[in-house]
Design a binder for this molecule. Structure first.
Ligand code: PHE
Ligand code: NA
Length: 460
C-alpha cells in the first residue's frame, strides 16, 4: 500500500480491499445468519420481519460499522488505544475508550460460549457423515442432541477443537493467518451454501419457503419483532465488539470505508436469506415447525436430512458450512483482544493468541457445565427477570442485551458528536449527499434507535 500508510509501522495491512471485505464478511457471516436469522424470521411472521430487518441494517447497522472502521483506521492500533488516539486528536476525553473496553470484554465473553456452539457444529459433521440421522425420528434426533448437551466431556472435547482452530489461525498473524483462512473458507462457504440451496429446490417446497420469506404479513409483526430485528441487525454485522475497529486498523487509506461497509452488509444479508432458502424448504418438506427456536438447526434439520434422499451428503455439507461460518467469526472475536495483548505486553503474536485463547477456553467451561451439571444453578434467580437463567444464559443475555448496544451507542455518540466533521469527511470520503445522510444517521437516528432497544431490553 501507499506511503500514506507508513504510520502503520510493522503491523502490516490487508493485501487488498477484498481481503478486508472477506475478513469482515467472515466475521459477520456466522451462526447468526444460519442458525438465528431463519428461526427469528420463523417466529416473527416471515416477510414483514425481513423487511424491518433490512431497514435496520441500512439505517443502523451500516452507519455504525462505518464508524467502527473509521476509528480503527484513524487510530491504527488495538481498539482501546485507537479510541484514545482518536479522542485525543479531537480534543475529546480519553474516557470514551470505555466503548472499546466494553466491546472487547464482550468479544472475549462471547467467544467463550460461541466456541461451545461451534463445537456442536463440528461434532455434527461426523454424525451426519456417518449416517447417524438416517431414518431418524424426533426422539432419536432429540436424544442425540440431549446426549451431547448432557456430556461435559464431549462438549469439552469439541469446544477444545474449535478454540484450537481459532487460535491456530490468529497466532499466524494478519496475512499468513486471518487473510489466508478467509480466502479459503469464505468462497468454500458460499459454494456449500449454493449447493444446499440447490438441493432445497429439489424438495418440492421451495416456493413455499420463498413466499414465507418474502410475503410481508404485517399482522404477524409485533413491537417485539421490530426490536428483535434491530438487535439482530447489530449482532449479525458483528457490531459493538470492537471487531470492525480491529479489522479497520489494518485497512489501507485508499479504500472507501462506506463502500466496503455496504458490501459487507449486503453479503451478510444475502447469506442470511440464502440460509433461509436452504433451511425452510427442508423444514416444510417434512411438515416441521418453522419457528422451532434454537433447536431448528440441531434437531429439526438433522431429522429432515435424515429422512430425505441424499440427506447424509447434504446434511454433512450443511454442517461443514456451519463450522466454517462459526470459525471465521470466532477468529474475529479473538483478534481484537490479541491485538491489544500483543501491543501492550512483551508477548509476540503467537504467545498473545495462545494466552488469550487459553483464558477464553477456560471461561467456556462455565458455559459447558451450565448445560448439564450446573443446569439448576441460576445465580441471579432471585430477580424475576433472571429466573431460570443459567450462567450460560446470563453471559449471553448480558453481552447481547447490554454490552453490545452500550458499546455501539457510545461509539455512535462519540463519532457523531465528538469527532471533527472535517476529519470524518476526509476519512470516509463519501460523495455528496452520502456523507450528510450518514452523518445525520449516526448523530440522530442510530443513537436513538439503539437507546430504545437498550432500554426495552432492560425493562423487558
Ligand atoms: N456476526 C456473527 C453472526 O451473525 C455473530 C458474531 C458475533 C460473530 C460476534 C462474531 C462476533 O453469527
Ligand atoms: Na451475521
Amino acid at each position: 500500500n501507499s506511503a500514506a500508510d507508513s504510520g502503520n509501522g510493522a503491523r502490516g495491512l490487508w493485501s487488498s480491499k477484498f481481503a478486508f471485505i472477506l475478513a469482515a464478511t467472515g466475521s459477520a457471516v456466522g451462526l447468526g445468519n444460519i442458525w438465528k436469522f431463519p428461526y427469528v424470521t420463523g417466529e416473527n411472521g416471515g416477510g414483514a420481519f425481513v423487511l424491518v430487518y433490512l431497514l435496520c441494517i441500512a439505517i443502523i447497522g451500516i452507519p455504525i460499522m462505518m464508524a467502527e472502521v473509521f476509528i480503527g483506521r484513524n487510530g491504527r492500533h488495538n481498539p482501546i488505544t485507537s479510541f484514545r488516539l482518536v479522542a485525543e486528536r479531537n480534543l475529546a476525553s480519553p474516557a470514551w475508550r470505555v466503548s472499546a473496553i466494553v466491546g472487547m470484554l464482550a468479544a472475549f465473553i462471547i467467544l467463550s460460549f460461541y466456541s461451545v456452539i461451534g463445537g456442536w457444529a463440528a461434532s455434527y459433521i461426523g454424525h451426519a457423515a456417518m449416517g447417524d440421522f438416517t431414518g431418524g425420528t424426533a426422539e432419536s434426533v432429540g436424544e442425540l442432541f440431549g446426549g451431547l448437551l448432557g456430556s461435559p466431556i464431549q462438549l469439552l472435547a469439541w469446544h477444545t477443537v474449535f478454540m484450537a482452530l481459532v487460535v491456530l489461525v490468529v497466532s499466524r498473524g494478519l496475512k499468513g493467518g486471518l487473510e489466508r483462512a478467509v480466502t479459503i473458507l469464505m468462497p468454500a462457504l458460499f459454494l456449500l451454501l449454493l449447493l444446499v440451496v440447490g438441493y432445497a429446490t429439489t424438495t418440492g417446497h421451495f416456493g413455499e419457503a420463498v413466499s414465507f420469506l418474502f410475503t410481508p404479513n404485517f399482522e404477524a409483526l409485533t413491537v417485539k419483532g421490530v426490536l428483535v430485528a434491530l438487535g439482530h441487525a447489530f449482532f449479525t454485522l458483528s457490531l459493538g465488539m470492537a471487531i470492525m475497529m480491529a479489522y479497520g486498523s489494518y485497512l489501507g487509506r485508499d479504500v472507501s470505508i462506506g463502500r466496503t461497509a455496504v458490501s459487507v452488509a449486503i453479503m451478510d444479508t444475502v447469506v442470511a436469506l440464502l440460509a433461509g432458502l436452504a433451511i425452510f424448504p427442508v423444514v416444510f418438506a417434512n411438515g416441521l415447525e418453522a419457528g422451532a427456536g434454537p433447536g431448528l438447526i440441531f434437531q429439526t434439520l438433522p431429522l429432515a436430512f435424515g429422512n430425505m434422499p441424499m440427506g447424509s451428503l447434504f446434511g454433512t455439507l450443511f454442517f461443514v458450512l456451519l463450522l466454517f461460518a462459526a470459525w471465521t467469526s470466532g477468529i474475529s472475536l479473538l483478534e481484537p483482544v490479541v491485538e491489544w495483548v500483543e501491543e501492550k505486553t512483551s508477548l509476540a503474536r503467537t504467545g498473545s493468541a495462545i494466552l488469550v485463547g487459553v483464558l477464553c477456553w477456560a471461561l467456556g467451561i462455565v458455559s459447558i457445565l451450565s448445560l448439564n451439571v450446573w443446569s439448576d444453578v441460576t445465580p441471579l434467580g432471585m430477580f424475576a427477570a433472571f429466573e431460570g437463567k443459567t450462567v450460560f444464559d446470563l453471559l449471553d443475555y448480558f453481552t447481547a442485551n447490554i454490552m453490545l448496544p452500550l458499546s455501539g451507542l457510545l461509539t455512535a455518540i462519540f463519532v457523531g458528536w465528538f469527532v471533527a466533521k472535517e476529519s470524518l469527511k476526509s476519512d470516509l470520503a463519501l460523495q455528496g449527499g452520502a456523507f450528510s445522510l450518514w452523518y445525520n444517521l449516526i448523530r440522530f437516528v442510530t443513537p436513538i434507535a439503539v437507546a430504545i432497544v437498550f432500554v426495552y431490553n432492560l425493562t423487558a
